[in-house]
Structure formats: structure tokens, C-alpha cells
Ligand binder design. Sequence first.
Ligand code: AMP
Length: 307
Amino acid sequence: MSLVVVGSMAFDAIETPFGKSDKIIGGAATYIAWSASNFTKPIKQISVVGGDFPQEELDALTARGVQLEGVQIKKNEKSFFWSGRYHMDMNTRDTLETQLNVLENFTPVVPDSYQDCEFLMLGNLVPAVQRSVIQQMKKRPKLIVMDTMNFWMEIALDDLKDLLTMVDVLMVNDSEARELSREYSLVKAAKKILTMGPKYLIIKKGEHGALLFHENHVFFAPALPLEDVFDPTGAGDTFAGGFIGHLAKTKDISFDNMKTAIIMGSAMASFCVEKFGTQRLTELKKSEIDARLEEFVQLVNFDIDLV
Ligand code: AMP
């Protein structure tokens, strides 16, 4: 039984008010894999890269327990490229450029060895590609979690809505939840989105934490207040990796365990932002994750006497 991760593997160029990166490794599935591999192994990756994607990066993922049989390498093409610039609040950003390159004609093929998939994480990618992976699964996974972004809402809304009827958990950020539902109130937005298919909805609010909605229940997890945020790119994907990684490890998909999974995701995301790109995730130790989880416990732990 395994965790299958689908998503972009990419080059990113990032500008923040505090610095600028050249082309560095990014992509939703890259961040998810680095994050989830702290909880469960193997991770079975589905993506596509060009001949320009460094072999050392693929080797580092393999060494980490990420299987790459489902990652196509298009030798004569270029990898997906995304560049973005963060505003002063480091919570909002503008996309400067999206070059689909290999993603333009990507047809995913799910290898036979991935058919034992129990947990499926659909990271940010063309909705039709995400759907194709679900359709190729001979047995429906126990849990399908989907992440997406405004880019796809703008150019592939019908495909995205169709996909929503096939997934269990949707993850979006607050502005995407508003765009998808056309509601400003996140509570109203959640109610509307939960009628579109998913049984659970996670709304990520960057440095303001994350909300989990299910039926009439709501759970809130804060983000850890950090002294320095260097680069928020990939924080959402890293959150997704921690969330699905914890669920795949514990094999418990109850609402209560999803609350714990959201804290795991938040803890992982707090590391991601500390350095540019995936760097902080690649050097992370278990003892650091444990210490940070303890910080989360302290952050929200209080006594109250109701008289
Ligand atoms: P996040 O900051 O969690 O939203 O994720 C940022 C990552 O998503 C970057 O590493 C990008 O390479 C990747 N990304 C950006 N735009 C897209 C897109 N349209 N499709 C797939 N991946 C994307």
C-alpha cells in the first residue's frame, strides 16, 4: 500500500522584498515528496521533466525514498518554469511567468507498480492530468486529496469542477476559495465548495494558518509565528506533503486525525519558508520536526475556567 504523488516538477525563479533567486528547483510534486518522505516511504511520484532537469535532483529524491518510475523525462524538451514576485507582506504574490513546456502535452502513465495506491495526492497540475491519474487507478484509493490554484480556475474551470466530484479533500488558499465559490466569507465559500464534491475542504491562509471544514465542523490550525520568512514558495505543497504523509503513515482518515495532519502540514510548511526553494527541506532532521511540533503544542495550549 502506498502514497502516490502527482504534480509539477519544475524550475522556479523567485523574487522577494529581501532577495532574488536564479532558476532553482521547484514544482508542487517536488515539495510534496520532500515533505511527505519524513512520514512515509516509498512515495510513488508521477510527473514530467525536460532533459534540462538535473540528474542530481532526481538522485537526491530517489535516495530519499521517492520512486520515479512514473516521472517521464522528455530529453529534447524544457522543464516547466514558473516565476513569481512576493509583495511586502510575503503572503501574496504575482506570477510573472508560467512556461508550461513539458506540461503542455503531458499524458501521465500510471505504472503497474503504483496500482497499490491507497493515498493519492493530486498536487497542483493541469486538472485533466490529475483526472487521468484517478481514472487509471484500477481500484479507487482510500483517500484522494487535491490541490489546485487560480491559474487553472481561470483557464480550465470546467475540467476542475468535474474533478472536484471525484476527490475527497480539496486544498486551496483563501483567495482561491473565494474565486471558486464567488463568496467573500470563507464560511460561505466552504459551504458552497463542499456541495461541489469534496467531503473535506482545507483553506490555507499563509501566515494566518489553515482551516479544515467538514459537514458542520470547522478546525483551525495556526501558522507558527516566525522571525524570518525568506521564501514562501512551496509552503502550500509542503503543507500538503505533511498532511497526506501523516494520514498515509497512520492510515486513519477520521476528522480527528485530519486535525493532527493539519498540524503536521503546518509544521512542515514553517520549515519550507526559512530558505529559498527546497533547500531547508532537504537538510531537515527528525529531531527538528519533533521540536517544532512541540512549539505548536505550546502555541495553542491554554487553560480556561468557564463560570
Ligand atoms: P505554492 O507556493 O505552494 O503555491 O507552490 C509553488 C510551486 O508551484 C512552485 O514551485 C511552482 O513551480 C509550482 N507551480 C506554479 N504554478 C504552477 C502551475 N500552474 N501548475 C503546476 N505547478 C505550478
